[in-house]
Design a protein around this ligand. Structure first.
Ligand SMILES: Cc1cc2nc3c(=O)[nH]c(=O)nc-3n(C[C@H](O)[C@H](O)[C@H](O)COP(=O)(O)OP(=O)(O)OC[C@H]3O[C@@H](n4cnc5c(N)ncnc54)[C@H](O)[C@@H]3O)c2cc1C
Length: 380
């Protein structure tokens, strides 16, 4: 079983992986693709990154993680089972077990096929990243609901000439004053070398840029299946980046806030620090658990040894009567057997992160009365 499995090899997952490796853990990172960076033409607002495409930045980060000796698996996680005390991560081609999980799943933006020709030349999927290029210009925003409202909030600080296109849907959120609305179905994006406008069924709107905010629920179904608390489509975390499920952490775009590389990296680093503390705490707990086992085991063995000693003494003195022997047998054998059976149900090795040790302790508890009775049979 792994200490930690990170899901997502975007900036947040990679950053967390590198920190965890430095903290002495051996993380595995699973990702299905390069995440949001794959769609980013150029990353210019990140410290140290100049004229680097999103794709190159993603690959650069992944190679850096590999150089640290971190294992990266390309696969899609389709389900996570909470086994209590550990998690089972089911991918299309792998099944992994981990004591803790970091969800660095990103937030995938749904593509709008009609706009694909103008991506990077007037069409963008990120208001925070590219809004700056359309300062005081005519902006279109395609979407509906919470994610669109979030992007609108960013864009309305950049321009006062914004038209929201719901593409045939009824508007689900309230628009601030001054924002224009077009609820007709979009039929065409047009422009020569750069986007110049959008045509809907009956309206032609001239634009300098258009943002697509068709928010998707990446990670949403994984998270909701696990019972993770969500706010709209964001995973809710505490100050340690832990979700409401003990052992499941989340970082980067998937928890909302500023959807940018710098914040995703920072989230990953802080989450890794919390995970490290969490896992070290678990190890301490393990030793506590072992002590608990010993405290439970010792009385059983004391009873057994005591009864054997008593029997030896009785035997040596030649005192024992016929019924006494049977009575002494039952005195130690029945309660200790009962205790062992009760323990078998109370302590479930399957639920322990140190299954093998827990299992050995469990078996020793069970065989203790039999060993003792064997010794007694030899004595008599
Ligand atoms: C068009 C565009 C332009 C951008 N431009 C900029 C910019 O200029 N500057 C900037 O700072 N930011 C920019 N961003 C935002 C930036 O890319 C993100 O904020 C950042 O990548 C978030 O990092 P992350 O690690 O949280 O998520 P992501 O980078 O999205 O990574 C998510 C990871 O999770 C994996 N994943 C998801 N679901 C599963 C699953 N079920 N199983 C396995 N793996 C899974 C994905 O495969 C991926 O590896 C832009 C984004 C877009 C879309």
């Amino acid at each position: 079983m792994k200490d930690i499995v990170i899901i997502g090899y975007g900036p947040s997952g990679i950053s967390a992986g590198i920190y965890l490796k430095r903290y002495g853990f051996d993380p595995i990172i699973i990702g299905k693709d390069n995440g949001a960076l794959e769609d980013a033409h150029m990353i210019e607002n990140l410290y140290g990154s100049e004229n680097m495409s999103g794709h190159d930045l993603a690959v650069y980060g992944q190679n850096q993680a590999k150089k640290f000796g971190i294992e990266l698996i390309t696969d899609e996680v389709i389900n996570i089972e909470n086994m209590y005390e550990y998690f089972k991560i089911e991918c299309k081609n792998h099944v992994l077990e981990a004591k803790a999980i970091l969800l660095a799943l990103g937030k995938s933006r749904n593509k709008f096929h009609l706009a694909s020709k103008y991506e990077g030349i007037g069409v963008s999927y990120c208001a925070t990243c590219d809004g700056f290029f359309y300062r005081k210009k005519r902006i279109g925003l395609i979407g509906n609901g919470v994610f669109m409202a979030h992007e609108l909030d960013v864009l309305s600080k950049i321009s006062s000439d914004i038209t929201v296109f719901t593409n045939g849907e009824k508007l689900e959120v309230e628009l601030p004053d001054g924002i224009k609305l077009n609820e007709e179905k979009i039929v065409e994006f047009y422009g020569d070398g750069h986007l110049e406008g959008i045509k809907t069924k009956t309206i032609d709107t001239k634009l300098d840029g258009c943002f697509i905010a068709l928010g998707s629920q990446s990670g949403f179904s994984l998270a909701s299946h696990l019972g993770i608390e969500l706010k709209n489509t964001d995973i809710v975390v505490d100050e340690n980046f832990m979700t409401n499920i003990d052992g499941i952490f989340a970082s980067g775009d998937v928890i909302g806030g500023l959807l940018q590389v710098s914040k995703a990296i920072s989230d990953g680093a802080i989450a890794a620090t919390s995970i490290s503390k969490y896992l070290k705490g678990k190890k301490e707990w393990f030793f506590m658990e072992i002590y608990q086992y010993i405290f439970i085991l010792l009385p059983i063995w004391f009873i057994i040894i005591g009864v054997i000693a008593l029997n030896l003494y009785v035997h040596k003195k030649g005192w024992y009567l016929k019924g006494t022997k049977r009575l002494l047998y039952s005195l130690f054998f029945i309660p200790s057997l009962l205790l062992a059976i009760v323990l078998l149900f109370i302590v479930n090795p399957e639920a322990s992160p140190y299954k093998e040790v827990a299992l050995i302790v469990k078996i020793s508890e069970l065989i203790a009365p039999f060993v003792a009775s064997g010794v007694m049979m030899i004595i008599y």
